[in-house]
Write a protein that binds this ligand. Structure first.
Ligand SMILES: Nc1ncnc2c1ncn2[C@@H]1O[C@H](COP(=O)(O)OP(=O)(O)O)[C@@H](O)[C@H]1O
Ligand SMILES: [Mg+2]
Length: 299
């Protein structure tokens, strides 16, 4: 079932076109990523979906609602993560939860705190929180109304690697409770780890939309296989294989690059020749590689 349908969305700020005919849809229960560099138009897209900005053209349907006309109902169904500065320093977790819960018909009980690891922190004041804890609280507040869809915009920006990993685990846990997640990020690793599907946006336009592995495959970038052969390899054995682009030696190892099922071809040929591939290491192209190829720039 489609829960968000965006069709030819167009948004300008004065003469500046921020979102230029963007079309995509999000399915129930998935983590859908909107990826792109700063200024690409990602936040504008999700703010139009949340009803916070009025599009200049195109249409948006969220759970059958029009974000402009049905804002009150939409707010019950779509949870948006808060910007960090939005809470006063002295507010406690319990106060924030109760304040935000009061905006909703059937706010979540302690369960949201439990899943977010905040249940022991009820009386702690906001200003005493680490960056990771603030992020947890902002996610808790996005979920307090038991939304069907959660919009998380750059949620791990500024977090240390451990807090970032914890937050990723959290996002998966939330999805596992049935919430559809719209994830905005400029971090390709984050998207690669979390998203079922993602669209790449630059300068207000969608340039690709696929699963992370589909995005990576689309650029035809090479795999790199490195191994230590148990015996000498006959000249031409590997270079002749389908998909192999190069065979080079490094110290006692052999490095083969190629596309498609080059790993299968190499291991099969070695097996036929009675050679074992020891310390086998395969590196695939990353979403970062795909981003660079598709956008012509690095993140
Ligand atoms: N309120 C605004 N007024 C004018 N320009 C804006 C406003 N908000 C965003 N922009 C511009 O629109 C473009 C897209 O911004 P934004 O949607 O925030 O991108 P992203 O979230 O991908 O970084 C940027 O060039 C930004 O400078
Ligand atoms: Mg943004």
């Amino acid at each position: 079932m489609t829960v968000i349908e965006v069709d030819r969305l167009h948004k300008r700020y004065g003469a500046k076109v921020a979102v230029d005919d963007v079309t995509f849809s999000v399915e129930d229960g998935e983590i859908f990523g909107i990826l792109g560099p700063n200024g690409a138009g990602k936040t504008t897209i999700v703010e139009c979906i949340e009803g916070l900005r009025r599009p200049d053209g195109g249409s948006i349907s969220v759970l059958g609602l029009d974000p402009q006309h049905d804002r009150t109902e939409l707010r019950q169904q779509v949870g948006a993560q808060l910007q960090e500065s939005a809470l006063p320093d002295k507010i406690t977790v319990a106060e924030a939860i109760s304040l935000y819960g009061s905006f909703y018909r059937s706010p979540a009980d302690g369960a949201a705190l439990e899943i977010l690891g905040l249940s022991g922190q009820r009386n702690r004041r906001y200003r005493k929180f680490s960056g990771g804890q603030k992020q947890r609280l902002s996610i808790a507040l996005a979920l307090i109304g038991r939304p069907r869809i959660a919009v998380l915009d750059e949620l791990t920006t500024g977090l240390d690697p451990q807090a970032r990993r914890d937050t990723w685990t959290l996002v998966r846990d939330i999805r596992d409770t049935g919430v559809t997640i719209l994830l905005v990020t400029h971090l390709m690793e984050e998207a690669d780890r979390l998203c079922d599907r993602a669209m790449l946006v630059t300068a207000g336009r969608v340039i690709a939309n696929d699963s992370p592995s589909g995005l990576i495959a689309s650029i035809g970038i090479q795999q790199r296989i490195r191994f230590h052969p148990s015996g000498p390899i006959a000249d031409g054995l590997l270079t002749a294989l389908p998909g192999v682009s190069s065979v080079t030696a490094a110290a006692d190892d052999v490095i083969v690059t190629g596309t498609g099922d080059v790993l299968g071809a190499v291991t099969f040929a070695l097996g036929q020749a009675g050679i074992a591939a020891e310390r086998l290491d395969v590196q695939r192209a990353s979403l970062e590689d795909a981003f660079v190829v598709l956008t012509g720039r690095s993140t």
